[in-house]
Design a protein around this ligand. Structure first.
Ligand SMILES: [Zn+2]
Length: 79
């Protein structure tokens, strides 16, 4: 079964399987959880040591900011 993140699910009119805000709020600083969004290939949600949202994608060998990952759609995340 395919999973979709908050932003991709909203674009398609579904309820999200991967709730980015909820997962972020549950994380302690310096931790992450793996996931896989079939829409945008997001594969990890993390919280940096200073409490920022950071996003993982296998194509990149580094964490991305929400703006780097979601571009203008990043504004829809309430983080
Ligand atoms: Zn997505």
């Amino acid at each position: 079964m395919a999973d979709f993140c908050t932003i991709c699910a909203e674009d398609m009119g579904f309820k999200p399987d991967i709730k980015i805000e909820e997962e972020y709020n549950r994380l302690n600083n310096g931790k992450y959880i793996p996931c896989l969004c079939e829409g945008c290939t997001l594969d990890a949600i993390g919280k940096s040591e200073d409490g920022e949202l950071i996003l993982g994608r296998y194509e990149y060998n580094k964490w991305l900011s929400k703006k780097e990952h979601f571009k203008e759609k990043a504004e829809r995340l309430n983080i």
